[in-house]
Design a protein around this ligand. Structure first.
Ligand code: GAL
Length: 854
């Protein structure tokens, strides 16, 4: 009742200023080219280098190696262990195995992994607090230092801190040991395995700002000024009572994350702290003429907090943040700084294709850049806490983030899901997510779940929503429902601020009128689930059960999904909806629906027995055929980062001001002479005329709100040139041309960035195209390509976007897939200058591209 009343009066006015970003302000970080600021103590250093690794339990070939006892012990020899640097995903090197399930990528990710690192801290660090911060370790992490047990954190997606101080030996060698176990973990997608995110060593004085110890909000913002409030958690880990002087200075932050002009300073406050105690000190100040953060101009500030004792600074803690307002309402939609923004979002899993789960900032930045160009303005971190870098990049590049915690609560979708740890860990994991992420201006919605089996549970929903609101009342709480109607019926969403609907919009009108929900905005938390393979076009069936590819006419989707066009129609029908998150932006490892034998997909039809039976039958058939499919077909962009046709459908809607037109399919159909070969056009224009070899095939107009592509479905194939001219408001707007190509004659290479850093972790992405003599990409060609490097560079991985390929991602040889392949390269650490990436194939002229290293 209470909640209902609250809801009715609620407009969800959330004025927040926020921003975290994990970083080491003022220090150049080892892992990135453009600096990534890391929220936290200035004396944070990368702890990624020089680890040793050994794998037990299940091995890549399916055999088992018994796990020896006491691997944490100091006397344990690790001389034979594999040397490596983090982040590390022990499963991405495969091999792909046909006996493994497609839903987790046919990769051998299950096993027991041990990591050890020998390290020294100088004797002068005696008396300091020394912490190790893990951004994420998959899964069931247990940590020891010098043979002593330090602690555990089971959820592989959470970031966590371990206090090494009690067992650390400054001035001597220390050994940290980490045991990970993915045998006791389940997943509906490829989770990766290992310490797959960054690790940091943090050294502080005994009196210091706590872990994620700043929380910044901006309760009032006008164009003239912003009130900045700040809660600072101060820890005194000494045995003495102290008087700590705490003060924060705010700076503007430039696009390179460097602090610039000083804009405000809080009052200095003296805080009395008893021995071994913690206090939260509250401050406020005003920023005059604030430069707001938004998705076009992602302005940020840096709050630098210092703690001084007896006139000496003992801790400096940096918090990047942004000043912006967010407001959600049924009547006005979502407003960012008072301006309506329709959410054009994508859901994405955390893997980076050929790189697996191991985080790499340049790979993630590339993913976001490709999506930005398509018009994506929001990202849903399905279905778990993201890497800190995702939020930092979202802040920097201007994306709004739906930050999600769980795929399961007490009840799992699989045996060993989060259900195993829910009771003990849900509050800790939720707090870890919110405390880590609540200063990021990009984060604008918290999600407590995705299609959790207990979505109808009123009590659990309220319990989780209450935790979130307690930890951060400045953003709405949502949940992604795949049974939105039954859930709304029983009332579980009433404790949320925002209704997240996955796929099932048919009763939306009814709920928009229901008194319980009529003031609760709805968002399409998951939509479309269209499936396709880049460059494949079929004319009879959408699915090819021989090659296990799916037609790229963008008309295939599982029962619960729809085409982009259908979803655009739904969105138009319910204009109060805040927007959508398409499943998915990028293809990801695992879940190769419809060639997936994952029976949790049945969940999508829980309320429809006949559909369930139908799907069950399909599953039996798939299991029998054991398709080689190991990565998804859902991506708008393929696993290698090459846009599929759908990319242009979204671009035409999400970037309406961009003059663009895109023709599909390609025009190399020698076997289809005079056969009907439909031509589809995506355009941001409203009309278009299609020409085949100069002859008009007619001008067609879109019906507003109904047509989202133009179709000429009676085109008879003859080789030559297809050209489309699109119009907007009667004026010529954009053109696109597709030509029948000649024979493949050469390989043509291009690189996403010509200059990279010599830090060994800055990657460049080289696109290889199989081209004819005129430089046109030849579709339907799959020549075997051999990649090599001349100079001080290295090949990190290769890919081609084919969801059925078993060629390991580390291979330096791979066939092109429909005329394209990808090589990911990096410079050898410390080697500046230049290297050349080469691609060779029998009978084709070699291609090369230079990469400079600074
Ligand atoms: C949804 C689910 C996603 C993914 C998707 C595939 O129901 O939330 O994780 O499985 O289906 O269409």
């Amino acid at each position: 009742m209470n909640t209902m009343k609250k809801r009715q009066g609620m407009k969800l006015l959330m004025r927040v200023m926020i921003g975290i970003s994990l970083s080491i302000p003022f220090l150049a970080t080892a892992q990135s080219t453009a600096s990534i600021e890391r929220m936290g103590a200035a004396n944070t250093e990368s702890f990624d280098q020089g680890w040793l690794f050994s794998r037990y339990g299940l091995q890549p070939d399916g055999t088992r190696i018994e796990e020896p006892k006491n691997l944490e012990s100091v006397s344990q020899s690790d001389a034979a262990w594999q040397k490596l640097d983090l982040p590390h995903d022990w499963a991405i090197s495969g091999p792909f195995r046909s006996d493994l399930t497609g839903e987790t990528g046919k990769l051998p990710w299950r096993g027991i992994g041990w990591y050890r690192k020998h390290f020294n801290v100088p004797a002068t660090d005696k008396g300091k607090q020394i912490f190790v911060d893990f951004d994420g370790a998959m899964a069931n992490a247990k940590i020891w230092l010098n043979g002593q047990y330090v602690g555990t954190w089971p959820y592989g997606y959470s970031s966590f801190r371990m206090d090494l101080t009690p067992y650390l030996k400054p001035g001597q060698e220390n050994i940290i040991a980490v045991r990970l176990d993915t045998e006791n973990w389940d997943s509906r997608w490829y989770p990766g395995a290992g310490i797959y995110r960054h690790v940091w060593l943090v050294k502080t004085n005994p009196v210091h700002v706590g872990h994620w110890g700043t929380y910044i909000t901006t309760p009032t913002i006008t164009d003239k000024k912003a009130l900045v409030k700040m809660a600072v958690t101060v820890n005194n880990e000494s045995a003495k009572k102290v008087n700590a002087l705490v003060q924060t200075t705010l700076f503007e932050m430039d696009i390179n994350n460097k602090p610039k002009k000083k804009v405000a300073t809080t009052k200095a406050e003296v805080i009395e702290l008893a021995p071994s105690s913690t206090k939260v000190a509250e401050f406020q100040t005003t920023v005059i003429n604030p430069k707001k953060w938004d998705i076009v101009s992602p302005n940020r500030y840096l709050a630098q907090t210092t703690i001084s004792i007896d006139g000496k600074v003992v801790d400096t803690y940096n918090t990047p943040f942004g000043i912006r307002t967010i407001e959600f309402s049924v009547s006005k939609g979502f407003l960012l700084n008072g301006k309506k923004v329709v959410i054009n979002g994508t859901c994405n899993h955390h893997d980076l294709g050929a790189l697996g789960a191991a985080i790499n900032t340049s790979a993630l930045r590339r993913q976001l850049k490709i999506q930005k160009e398509m018009g994506v303005n929001s990202l849903r971190t399905s279905h778990n806490p993201p890497a800190p870098e995702l939020l930092e990049l979202a802040d920097q590049m201007g994306f709004l983030v739906w930050d999600e915690a769980f795929d399961n609560w007490k009840e799992g979708k699989k045996k060993n899901d989060y259900n195993k740890i829910y009771d003990e860990w849900h509050e800790k994991d939720l707090k870890a997510l919110i405390h880590r992420d609540r200063n990021h201006p990009s984060v604008f919605i918290w999600s407590i779940g995705n299609e959790v089996p207990q979505q109808r549970d009123v009590e659990i929903t309220k319990h989780l929503a209450d935790i979130v609101k307690r930890e951060d009342p400045t953003r709405p709480v949502s949940n992604g429902y795949n049974d939105p109607d039954a859930s709304r019926e029983v009332g579980s969403p009433v404790s949320l601020d925002l209704m997240g609907v996955n796929y099932f919009f048919s009763q939306q009108a009814k709920w928009e009128a229901d008194p319980r929900y009529k003031n609760m905005p709805t968002i399409g938390s998951e939509t479309a689930s269209t499936v396709s393979s880049r460059g494949e076009y079929f004319f009879d069936d959408k699915y090819n059960k021989k090659t296990w590819q799916i037609s790229s006419y963008d008309d295939a989707h599982p029962g619960w999904g729809c085409t982009p066009d259908e979803q655009f129609r739904t969105n138009a029908k319910f204009p109060k909806m805040l927007g959508e998150y398409v499943w998915t932006g990028f293809d990801y490892l695992g879940e190769p629906t419809p060639y997936n034998s994952d029976d949790t997909n049945l969940l999508n039809f829980r309320s429809d027995p006949s559909k369930m039976a139908e799907l069950q039958k399909k599953l039996e058939e798939i299991k029998k055929n054991n398709p080689p499919s190991r990565s998804s077909y859902f991506g708008i962009i393929d696993l290698a980062g090459f846009p599929k046709d759908r990319y242009y459908s979204y671009q035409s809607q999400w970037k309406p001001e961009l003059p663009m037109a895109h023709i599909l399919p390609h025009w190399n159909w020698s076997e289809r002479l005079d056969l009907i070969t439909p031509v589809h056009v995506y355009t941001s224009g409203d009309e278009a005329e299609l020409f085949l070899n100069g002859k008009s095939l007619g001008r067609k107009a879109k019906k507003q709100g109904v047509d989202f592509r133009l179709i000429w479905d009676d085109v008879k194939y003859v080789p030559g040139e297809l050209k489309v001219v699109s119009y907007k408001n009667g004026k010529k707007w954009a053109t696109d041309t597709v030509k029948t190509t000649g024979e493949a004659t050469k390989l043509t290479l291009s690189v996403d960035r010509n200059t990279i850093a010599a830090d060994g972790v800055d990657f460049a992405f080289v696109t290889v195209k199989v081209t004819d003599k005129d430089g046109l990409t030849v579709p339907r060609t799959h020549p075997l390509i051999e990649f090599s490097i001349e100079g001080d560079g290295e090949i990190v991985a290769t890919d081609n976007g084919d969801a059925t390929s078993f060629v390991p991602f580390q291979s330096h040889e791979r066939p092109a897939f429909n005329g394209m392949a990808l090589v990911i390269v990096k410079a050898k650490k410390g080697h500046k200058g230049q290297f050349t990436v080469k691609a060779k194939s029998n009978g084709l002229e070699m291609g090369k591209v230079n990469v400079s290293v600074k």
